[in-house]
Design a protein around this ligand. Structure first.
Ligand SMILES: [Zn+2]
Length: 509
């Protein structure tokens, strides 16, 4: 939801600045009176915008077109059609010494050491043996943590600059678009990836937006420069399915006089879709039991294929949901149809059902202190994250915002402070889990990353100071053992192509 609100403002600002840049390069034209454009409205001075229909205009067809089913006998389904092509960047054996280490899985280690070898964590502790050829980093006075993992990002799908051309995050054409995949909108040149890297973010889940009951598949990526989305795709990470509760779906579709128009309409929409998915999955099971004759394969349905993947436990549900009662309803729906919700997102009332979340092993991805921007976000409290954590739940600090993603350590610091002021005992070694191992768990990658345990991916941040301080910077960021960012080395501060800018006619790079 934040994206809709935030991007309307950013859109207007960026349009203004980019038009100014273009005009600066062109010969002066006689001044024409310019129409006034309000933020978020189509700008008639921009080519292609004159006839653009605002996204929430009513009178859409009551029954949106459904994806065409594939005919029986078509080529076999290739589950790896968009497989990860990620390759770790070159790395060298590195030992980091004399740091305060927050491992994400145990107590803090004072003046500890960490060995990165062959892209993995090879050793961690008070004293660590390193090969003679290892690069030695003296991190005296510095802190080391696992790379930060954001469960809720729209980088690449709402790329910068925030103009209409790059608004690819929300397929608001039907309440169920489970067949769309975020990776097919993801623009790897989005310069925001580099800014998040400078904030210590090594892994993120890129989600579709929240207008629909079923928004589509998410993709989990490593934060590395790449030519394609698949080059960033975290190997072995499961897909997610974005779902949304509450005000967004009923506002977007209700205002078009189509379903859903109410919260009960939302729930009917979920249940109808899950019932269809059960039947689709069962038809496939019967076909496999009968020998998988290619000529008799049930017609492929890309929308139901995603939902059936959830029922089979292969795709993880990430559910935008604010209110406690609605989250409780979603848990009941999950039980009715036999699937699991990996994480609620935003979850500003998670504290009211923290026992229920813990019992059902459902994570909550939350903000430190965003609330009140709409009615369903009104009952947020700053102790939310700490209270979910104290109830032995899986508490996560997420961003849902390209600026917040650059400072997730500060968001966690605010949440830790609020919990302490409420009387809870929260060590830094615990609070760091809200940014590392807990999000890894929600994304189904906790066996591979999220803590500094031996054998895991060497996704590591060296901070200039206590990461829970506003004065701390990420000094160096490693992904799979490769040094991807170094604040003190311009050669290790990646820039996407877009940042090279425009050149005058005839200019050379
Ligand atoms: Zn979002």
């Amino acid at each position: 939801m934040q994206q809709i609100r935030v991007h309307a403002t950013v859109f207007a600002l960026i349009v203004a600045t980019s038009l100014a840049a273009v005009r600066a390069q062109q010969p002066q034209q006689p001044q024409q009176p310019q129409p006034t454009v309000r933020p978020g409205e189509p700008n008639p001075t921009i080519p292609g915008e004159r006839t653009r229909t605002p996204p929430e205009t009513p009178n859409r067809p009551a029954t949106p077109p459904q994806p065409a089913p594939q005919q029986p006998g078509a080529p076999p389904v290739d589950p790896d059609a968009f497989a990860s092509t990620y390759k770790p960047f070159p790395s060298r054996t590195t030992v980091i010494r004399n740091a305060t280490i927050l491992t994400g899985s145990g107590p803090a280690i004072e003046r500890g050491a960490l060995l990165l070898k062959d892209g993995r964590i090879a050793a961690v502790g008070q004293a660590v043996d390193a090969p003679a050829d290892a690069l030695v980093i003296d991190a005296s006075g510095k802190w080391v943590t696992p790379g930060i993992i954001d469960t809720h990002s729209h980088l690449g799908v709402y790329a910068a600059p925030g103009i209409q051309s790059l608004q690819d995050g929300n397929e608001m054409t039907s309440p169920n678009t489970a067949e769309v995949w975020a990776e097919h909108s993801l623009w790897p040149q989005d310069p925001q990836f580099d800014l998040s890297l400078a904030g210590g973010v090594t892994v993120m889940q890129i989600l579709p937006g929240s207008a629909n009951l079923f928004g589509g598949r998410s993709v989990t990526v490593k934060n590395v420069p790449a030519r394609t989305a698949e080059d960033m795709k975290f190997p072995g990470a499961p897909y997610g399915l974005k779902m949304a509760c509450g005000e967004n779906p009923k506002r977007v579709y209700g205002s078009r006089n189509t379903a859903p128009q109410t919260r009960m309409g939302n729930v009917a929409g979920y249940r109808r879709a899950w019932q269809a998915a059960l039947e689709y999955r069962d038809s496939l099971r019967r076909w496999r039991t009968a020998g998988s004759d290619p000529e008799k394969r049930p017609a492929r349905n890309l929308q139901l294929e995603t939902l059936a993947g959830v029922l089979d436990g292969e795709i993880l549900v990430h559910n935008h949901c604010y209110r406690a009662d609605e989250m409780a309803t979603m848990i009941k729906i999950a039980k009715e149809f036999g699937f699991h919700i990996a994480s609620f997102h935003h979850a500003v009332e998670a504290y009211k059902i923290r026992d229920l979340l813990a019992e059902n092993n459902i994570c909550a991805s939350m903000w430190a202190d965003w609330w009140g921007f709409k009615l369903e976000a009104f009952d947020g409290i700053r102790e939310n994250i700490a209270l979910v954590d104290a109830a032995k739940g899986c508490a996560i600090v997420h961003s849902d915002d390209p600026n917040g993603e650059q400072r997730l350590n500060q968001e966690a610091a605010k949440a830790m402070r609020a919990g302490r002021e409420a009387g809870l005992t929260i060590e830094r070694a615990d609070a760091i889990k809200w940014l590392t191992i807990n999000p890894a768990k929600a994304l189904g990658i906790d066996k591979m990353t999220g803590s500094l345990d031996v054998g895991k991916n060497a996704d590591v941040v060296i901070w200039s100071a206590d990461p829970f301080s506003v004065y701390a910077h990420a000094d160096q960021v490693f992904i799979d053992g490769a040094l991807m960012f170094d604040r003190n080395d311009p050669a290790r501060r990646p820039q996407r192509d877009f940042m090279t800018g425009l050149l005058p006619n005839g200019g050379a790079r």
